[in-house]
Design a binder for this molecule. Sequence first.
Ligand code: NI
Length: 226
Amino acid sequence: MLLAVPDVLTAEQVLKARQIFEQAEWVDGRVTAGHQSSRAKDNVQLAEGSPAARELGDMVLAALERNPLFISAALPERVFPPLFNRYAGGQAFGTHVDNAIRQVTGTPHRLRTDLSATLFFTGPDEYDGGELVIEDTYGTHSVKLPAGHMILYPSTSLHHVRPVTRGARIASFFWIQSMVREDSERTLLFDLDLAIQRLAGEQPDHPAAVQLTGVYHNLLRRWAIV
Ligand code: NI
């Protein structure tokens, strides 16, 4: 499932982040890339664990915890501390697949990447190119969202970022280990949850709402690993 999550951050939060980006130190993006992807990657990112990356990462994590659409779609078990990158002057990231397992730097914790996320801090009118292009079984999808919005996609997909030929593209990127590893099972749960919410909104007293909620939880019990 490919899902755009709108308004993860408010306009004020985006503005605050952009002020921090202006003061922050940017380093070569290849520091967090695996062997294959380091050959494809050309961008800069905030130094991992730097005060700026930590402060902004905490802001993103707090926003995700309050976002019902994200929770319902991702069923997060663990979220990797968000990283931040910047592309300008023709920089791009060639086709790659994200590493399956990521070590959280400086900790003994590891995370299986079930979902990949990109949260935009610059708007589509501020740069040319820079589309995130995702290949899945339904074809190729080109993504460029407003500042504050986020795209969620299965980490199993091949993807790339097209060259940024004008302006700068700043985004946060990170991974989620889901309680439900399989994308197809997660997608069914998400669709069922949306249908239950719709029914509960339109006919709050309908007995089927309780029954379907039971089905949701029993499927989650069957598929979740916690
Ligand atoms: Ni990637």
